[in-house]
Design a protein around this ligand. Structure first.
Ligand code: Q9C
Ligand code: ZN
Length: 316
């Protein structure tokens, strides 16, 4: 399996977030991706490749130009450490660092490269990207995300055929949902924690099903807190049925490991070996797939969780 990775992400190293106004240590740190990379690099069947470069047009097919320019200009003026933007921001969890723009742009290029490789005939490619993307909306950063990597890759693939996005991060992908809410050529299916009590709070309820031409092309499945594999897989089966009915040419998987039982900000009870079972079930779809890394914050076990999940795919 090809793994698209760039070390540019390291220039984005958030230090703290403001949670309910209090300074809390940031969990979306460079070590996340580094620990996954070192777990995969010695395994057979994995090959790490650099992202290709893309012009701004792919990024601008999803994000507003003024938001992109704002992010670039604002990060330039960060000297060291971090600060918070005043505009185009959803929450107080998503700081500007000196490297945020470059890292986010590179993460989008990782996802785009993975999409291009799938169009060139790879059955599955993994974008080992950070910062994550699924909370980023057309014109705002939020939930540790700046550009929506999975949405940018999906838009790119959608020129060649119908795309289904399956989002299995612990949190609802409000950005991805917003971006494709009125479209039927990209299906959005998400499994996540109850937004009544979990981030992003505002969206992800089961009554949100899309609008206009997109009505019926968004599906939100709420997974109860403390769910273990059995309960999780029951809901996953329903989500996969929606994807089968849609019959897409491509699958984009927004993959979060914050569903792990030891995750510091998650609330499900999945174990390392469960990730292999879950990926086997998704793999049964047999659709050419771009996997995009989203959340997952328990660093000591991130490498084994990623290896458990991806090794099932690497057999393909
Ligand atoms: N102090 C992703 O997983 N809530 N984003 C933070 C913890 C924000 C998660 C509260 C969670 C955002 C990509
Ligand atoms: Zn998450």
């Amino acid at each position: 399996m090809l793994v698209v990775y760039s070390d540019i992400h390291e220039t984005h190293a958030p230090v703290y977030e403001l949670y309910e106004g209090n300074v809390v240590q940031h969990v979306e740190v460079p070590d996340r991706v580094e620990t996954i990379r070192s777990a995969l690099k010695d395994l057979p069947n994995f090959e790490i490749v650099e992202p290709r470069s893309f012009s701004d047009s792919e990024l601008l097919s999803i994000h507003e130009n003024r938001y992109k320019n704002y992010l670039r200009a604002q990060t330039k003026s960060v000297r060291s450490g971090q600060r918070f933007a005043s505009l185009y921001i959803q929450d107080s969890y998503t700081p500007l660092t000196k490297g945020a723009y470059k890292a986010a742009r590179s993460a989008a290029e990782c996802a785009l490269t993975a999409a291009q490789l799938v169009l060139e005939g790879s059955t599955v490619v993994y974008a080992l990207s950070r910062p994550p993307g699924h909370h980023a909306e057309t014109e705002s950063m939020g939930g540790y995300c700046y550009f929506n990597n999975a949405a940018i890759a999906s838009e790119y693939l959608s020129k060649k055929g119908k795309v289904a996005i399956l989002d299995i991060d612990f949190h609802h992908g409000n950005g991805t949902q917003q971006i494709f809410y009125d479209r039927r050529d990209v299906l959005y299916v998400s499994l996540h924690a109850d937004p009544t009590t979990s981030f992003p709070y505002k969206t992800g309820f089961s009554g949100e099903v899309g609008v206009g031409a997109g009505e019926g092309y968004t599906h939100n499945f709420i997974v109860p807190n403390d769910s273990t594999l059995l309960g999780y897989q029951e809901i996953l089966t329903k989500a996969l049925d929606k994807i089968r009915q849609y019959n897409p040419a491509y699958l984009v998987l927004s993959l979060g490991f914050d569903t792990y039982h030891r995750d510091p900000i998650g609330g499900f009870s999945l174990q390392t070996s469960d990730f292999a079972r879950i990926s086997r079930q998704i793999n049964e779809l047999e659709i050419p797939t771009v996997i995009v890394q989203e959340g997952g914050y328990f660093i000591p076990d991130l490498g084994s969780n990623a290896a458990a999940f991806l090794s099932e795919y690497a057999r393909r």
